[in-house]
Design a protein around this ligand. Structure first.
Ligand code: DX5
Ligand code: ZN
Length: 222
């Protein structure tokens, strides 16, 4: 199975966004991870709909939009219209996750569901047959540059096991503290979409950082 890199824009040099996106795209990055924070669901504010709409004109990368906002159902159509290809929402942020999944799919985007570190992976069970991707957070959402939470790796293993046993088709994405040191741990556990902020856009040599990740992916793709 192909392993996909989804570098998080949160760590980009915002004074030179276009240039740095191009470096990542030219190095073969398939996805761009866009962290939307509302200051309510998480204790931080990042960027939103107009920024994503603007970026859509400058890159072909698949937009993997991670909504860290309350009541995502209010904004699904707007994010899709802005250019989101994958809309990723938090299970904890809505009263009716099944409805949000249906709403996302109705826009033509791929639907992904995410849990915070303290949420048990079993809470995802009712939704696994419906989603295109599940995102396991390996830090508390809200900030880039935090340390990888090793105790979340078991969730990746469990999702990978359920996928095999039940024939589910979701991708398993991991987000938070992933770098060249922690990468093999998440790949061994079964993750196949890898978010990395500090370890890609936080580096001086963005293209080199992308290539370093891809070298490791090759070992696993077989
Ligand atoms: C955290 C965000 C992450 C963050 C990852 O709330 O969801 O996507 O940008 O950054 P690093 O890779 O630096 O942990
Ligand atoms: Zn994220």
């Amino acid at each position: 199975m192909a392993i996909l890199l989804s570098p998080s824009m949160l760590a980009i040099d915002f004074a030179n966004i276009g240039e740095n996106l191009k470096k990542a795209e030219d190095a073969g990055t398939p996805y761009l991870h866009l962290d939307v924070m509302d200051g309510v669901f998480v204790p931080n504010i990042s960027f939103g709909i107009p920024v994503i709409a603007g970026l859509r004109k400058s890159t072909q990368m698949i937009f993997d939009v991670h909504l860290m906002i309350v009541e995502p159902e209010k904004y699904v159509e707007a994010f899709r219209k802005a250019g989101a290809d994958i809309i990723n929402f938090h299970l904890e942020a809505t009263e009716d996750p099944a409805a949000v999944i249906g709403q996302i799919k109705a826009t033509g985007a791929k639907a992904a569901i995410t849990i915070k570190p303290k949420t048990p992976v079993e809470d995802l069970l009712p939704y696994l047959s419906e989603v295109d991707m599940v995102l396991v957070m390996t830090v508390e959402p809200g900030f880039g540059g935090q340390s990888f939470m090793e105790d979340q790796v078991e969730k990746i293993r469990t999702l990978s096991k359920w996928k095999k046993e039940q024939g589910y088709t979701y991708d398993i994405e991991v987000d938070g503290g992933v770098n060249l040191k922690t990468l093999r741990t998440v790949l061994d556990a079964g993750a196949n979409v890898i978010v990395a902020g500090s370890a890609v856009f936080g580096k001086e040599d963005v293209a080199g950082a992308v290539r370093d990740f891809m070298e490791v992916f090759k070992e696993y793709e077989g």
